[in-house]
Design a protein. Structure first.
Length: 235
């Protein structure tokens, strides 16, 4: 099963779910498959772990990263540039939006209502069962309702991102897959894909997973760690 995306894809989720890592790695994956990708950083919630932290590596690979003006790069303000509105009005290839956590960050989508009106969207909620507030099905559904209400937009699919960072095991991925599948069923939306650290990709029992799997190379790391190379030729 392959990951195939085009048009406008919006990545949302609770604070700490790993949606920015998902956004970065999905952009790289689709670019490697020959899709033109524009990735917009609309995370106004987390001032530390944002798509913009990986902008140099993404740009080097040929991925167009849409950021706030330089003078506002580290601001927590709803800066919606003409470039963002433009990529939504006339999407080509894949227009990928990394939106901030919970209902607070989702308010940025309400500000884009005019640009999104009438567009076909995929709005994917990233869930991590190993984080507070999303370690139960009810918790994931509550976060979904909060995002939908604040952004005035509907979640169309689930992304399972079960990880303990460096401590993640194959069993964690399989247990997380089952949890994510049940969340999707409870919310009457598809489980679009799950993630795994790239080092575990070849170890997973693919027969037990009935959805695509995105391998993650960690980018948003503490200052004392080095991000993994995003160069697909090294995979």
């Amino acid at each position: 099963m392959k990951l195939e995306f085009k048009g406008i894809v919006i990545i949302v989720g609770a604070y700490g779910c790993g949606k920015t890592e998902v956004s970065i790695n999905l952009a790289v994956h689709m670019h490697a498959r020959g899709t033109a990708v524009r990735l917009a950083d609309l995370d106004l919630v987390n001032p530390y772990f944002r798509t913009r932290e990986a902008r140099h590596e993404l740009t080097r690979l040929g991925i167009d990263v849409v950021l706030p003006p330089k003078q506002y790069m580290h601001a927590d303000l709803p800066i919606l540039t003409p470039e963002v509105s433009g990529m939504l009005r006339n999407p080509s290839g894949l227009a990928l939006l990394d939106v901030g956590g919970d209902e607070v960050g989702a308010t940025v989508l309400a500000a884009l209502a005019d640009s999104l009106r009438g567009k076909v969207l995929q709005v994917l909620q990233v869930i991590n069962p190993n984080r507070p507030h999303t370690n139960t099905i009810d918790g994931c559904l509550t976060i979904r309702r909060e995002i939908e209400a604040k952004a005035n937009i509907k979640i169309t699919g689930i992304v399972g991102n079960a990880n303990f960072m460096e401590e993640t095991t194959e069993q964690d991925i399989l247990v997380g897959y089952d949890f994510s599948r049940r969340v999707a069923e409870a919310g009457n939306v598809p489980l679009v894909f799950i993630t795994t650290p790239v080092k575990l990709l070849t170890r997973l029992d693919k027969k037990a997973i009935q959805c695509p799997v995105l391998a993650l190379k960690r980018q948003l790391v503490p200052p004392w760690k080095r991000a993994e190379s995003l160069d697909t030729s090294e995979s």
